[in-house]
Write a protein that binds this ligand. Structure first.
Ligand SMILES: [Zn+2]
Length: 97
């Protein structure tokens, strides 16, 4: 299920959550969120955790058909709980292909 392509598809819409490019993009848009997620990943000591709360298992999602600010990073790694919360708030996260 996990593929390892870091060199291609480097547009923000396809950034692999928790990759270096993803952190770079997120830092530019929301440095606070980026710092928060860096801490979560560090505490979990691996990157296969939820972007928001550090829970696992977590899968990759992107925000589909949404009006995003130009620099926003629409991909996140979410656990089931956080996915449910986001969707309930009207953010239609879809699994990353
Ligand atoms: Zn979570």
């Amino acid at each position: 299920m996990r593929r390892k392509h870091d060199s291609e598809e480097n547009t923000a819409a396809n950034l692999k959550p928790h990759s270096r490019a993803w952190f770079d993009a997120l830092s530019a848009f929301n440095a606070r969120q980026a710092a928060h997620t860096r801490q979560i990943v560090q505490m979990a000591s691996h990157i296969q955790v939820c972007t928001v709360c550090g829970d696992k298992p977590a899968s990759d999602y992107h925000l589909d058909g949404h009006d995003l600010p130009r620099l926003a990073v629409p991909t996140l790694r979410l656990c089931e709980d956080c996915l449910g919360i986001r969707q309930a708030q009207g953010e239609p996260f879809m699994p990353l292909p």
